[in-house]
Design a binder for this molecule. Structure first.
Ligand code: M6R
Length: 619
């Protein structure tokens, strides 16, 4: 979703901002803009464009701006259509304040009415311009103060009056070497490098410049004056910065020999899975080491129930984990969409342990669910991919999935990383309860074989799935069917196909077919069956025959050596034999490839599907 990068230093701000915006592109956006101190008397020039950052770069490069202070933004439209006027940065109608904003100002209507009466005017339909004018209003009111203090005080007072979420960076015409930032439920991080400072929504925006960063907390205000900065809370109490060194790969945006990030990330899964498990097993005890949970074995044995919360793909990973944890650790598990949990006021049993799962660690619904569960006194742990993300910092402990940066909007390696992490949790909890040493050994071996198996399957499936995609890309509907632990994989396969190719896809437990969805089946409505679960295979074959009897095309994913009668399918992809615990991770791989190749056949933008954002930071 929206991204922020701001810079104050000695280099050409325009180039720093444009590079930063390019690095933020993966979050999803529809317009972009920058403001740089390059006008007469050090005033700020604002440039905006709809569409890609390259378009903005072409406009900016013609201007040859030299200024070394500026702010930049990529916008993902919430309030108001996609157009230049609604793009950020916004400038107050008196020309004093320039602002970029991520999040939503919920009480913008009464504030706008008030500001209109005070003589401010509005060009855009955005809630962000309202905040910009509100800061300008207070700036005007506080004229008795010196500009620097007046700027800080006007931001502070304005933020006390807004409801909603924000990550902001503001500039002031009267203090061109200063900027002010603040956040509430939307990330903002300071990057520090010698005489240069960066304020961004994402550390990736200043990757390559510095690894030293300070993550701001909610209700903190940072005031940058030249090369100095100070942080304070809303009561003006100073806060000492906690400078962290970020461990990142500056090359994460390089595609290498791949055509798309999604393709790269699909094929990175063997290495990513290796990373997830590395150093986390104890061979002697045949269990996992998950010290980040910050809970003793005694405390974990007191847990009567787990509640797993996530959104989208992370929710699907939780559904797989429900099955794994109940089966291997014998602990009852509930799974709920984080977005629903936060408003449901669910009665939870005393010894419930809550886990939130989020690749980005910034998803607002998941963050709100985390806070709601903590508010009610439940210990809330997190599984995240992004180190230092808000969810990682606010949780009471957790596990990093270590899948590496995921740029493609559709989650692939993050999903398998989440399931793998949750499988380690099932092992860890299982070995504290009824799971035997030998069962533990088998589980550990299965997880250790993941990387090799994933690599074999990706290599073997790539070409056949590409051909399959060519044959099926013209259909407008799809059913995905799986049972038990594979039902969430059917959901994930359908989600991938919808997101990437805009084909209508639905997922059901296979046995549910005849309770409704079979009414849809005809020659224009193909079905993809996950027929890799040996236990229920005869029943699944029966369901496949029911579809064939109604002229529906059937694609099956089967297991080598386990026979499926050829009349039950039109096309089949075989996977190698494997332990059941890792079946979901391996079975999803051909579905990711299928969605990828179908989307290519339909000329869709696989890395930036329409309307979607990588990090969903608004409700
Ligand atoms: O960063 P998160 O894991 O919290 O994101 C949750 C969902 O927004 C995300 O999984 C979304 O469904 C992806 N587009 C799936 O491909």
């Amino acid at each position: 979703m929206c991204g922020i990068i701001s810079y104050i230093g000695k280099s050409n701000a325009t180039q720093v901002l444009l590079n930063g915006l390019k690095r933020l592109e993966y979050r999803g956006y529809d317009s972009a803009g920058i403001a740089v101190n390059d006008g007469p008397h050090n005033s700020f020039v604002i440039l905006k464009s709809v569409g890609r950052v390259e378009t903005l770069a072409e406009i900016a490069n013609q201007k040859k701006m030299q200024g070394s202070v500026g702010i930049g933004h990529t916008r993902w439209a919430t309030h108001g259509e996609i157009c230049e006027v609604n793009a950020h940065p916004h400038c107050s109608s008196d020309g004093k304040i320039i602002l970029v904003h991520n999040g939503v100002i919920e009480n913008y209507v009464p504030l706008k009415n008030f500001l209109l009466k005070e003589g401010f005017s509005f060009k855009s339909d955005t809630d962000s311009e309202v905040l910009c004018n509100l800061i300008a209003y207070h700036y005007g009111r506080l004229h008795a103060l010196m500009p620097s203090k007046r700027f800080l005080e006007s931001v502070r007072t304005s933020l006390l009056e807004v409801q909603g979420t924000y990550g902001i960076v503001a500039l002031c015409k009267d203090c061109p070497q200063e900027m002010i930032g603040s956040k509430k439920s939307s990330p903002l991080v300071l990057g520090i490098h010698e005489d240069e400072l960066f304020l961004a929504s994402d550390v990736g925006a200043f990757a390559g410049h510095t690894k030293d960063a300070v993550f701001l907390d909610d209700n903190e205000i940072i005031h940058i004056q030249g090369k100095n900065f100070s942080i304070q809370d809303f009561s003006n109490v100073p806060i000492s910065p906690n400078v962290e060194t970020i461990d990142w790969d500056v090359n994460f945006t390089h595609l290498g020999h791949y055509s798309h990030y999604m393709q790269k990330e699909i094929f990175e899964q063997p290495a990513a899975l290796d990373n997830t498990i590395r150093g986390r097993f104890s061979q002697d005890d045949s269990t996992a080491h998950l010290g980040g949970l910050r809970m003793s074995a005694h405390e974990l044995r007191q847990v009567d129930r787990l509640l797993l919360l996530g959104c989208g793909t992370a929710y699907n990973a939780c559904l797989v984990a429900e099955n794994l944890i109940e089966r291997y650790a014998r602990i009852p598990v509930e799974v709920e969409c984080a977005s629903e949990f936060r408003y449901r006021n669910a009665p939870l049993e005393k010894n419930t342990l809550v886990f939130v799962v989020s690749q980005s660690g910034e998803t607002i619904d998941t963050l709100a669910a985390l806070r709601e569960s903590q508010r009610k006194g439940f210990r809330t742990l997190a599984i995240t991919n992004v180190v230092g993300s808000t969810i990682a910092r606010e949780s009471d402990g957790g596990i990093y999935q270590r899948s590496g940066p995921e740029i493609g909007v559709a989650s692939t390696k993050a999903f398998t990383g989440q399931v793998c992490t949750l499988a380690m949790l099932a092992l860890y909890l299982g070995r504290m309860r009824g799971m035997s040493f030998s069962e533990g050994c088998n589980f550990v071996s299965a997880l250790k074989s993941l990387s090799t198996l994933a690599s074999q399957v990706l290599d073997a499936c790539d070409t056949p799935i590409k051909s399959l995609a060519e044959a099926y890309a013209h259909y407008e509907h799809f059913l995905f069917l799986g049972r038990q632990i594979l039902y969430p994989i059917a959901l994930e396969g359908a989600l991938k196909l919808k997101e990437l190719s805009y084909i209508h896809a639905e997922a059901y437990p296979a046995a549910e077919l005849k309770h409704g969805p079979i009414a849809l089946v005809d020659e224009k409505y193909p079905s993809l069956f996950l027929a890799t679960d040996p236990l229920l295979l005869p029943k699944t074959i029966g369901n496949m025959m029911e579809v064939k009897a109604r002229k529906g095309k059937v694609i099956a994913i089967g297991i080598e050596g386990v026979e499926i009668p050829s009349k039950a399918y039109d096309d089949i992809i075989y996977l190698p034999q494997m332990c059941e615990a890792i079946l979901p991770i391996i079975t999803v791989l051909p579905l990711q490839l299928f969605a990828y190749y179908v989307a290519l056949e339909r000329h869709c933008d696989v890395d930036k599907p329409r309307n979607l954002a990588k990090s969903v930071t608004v409700e």
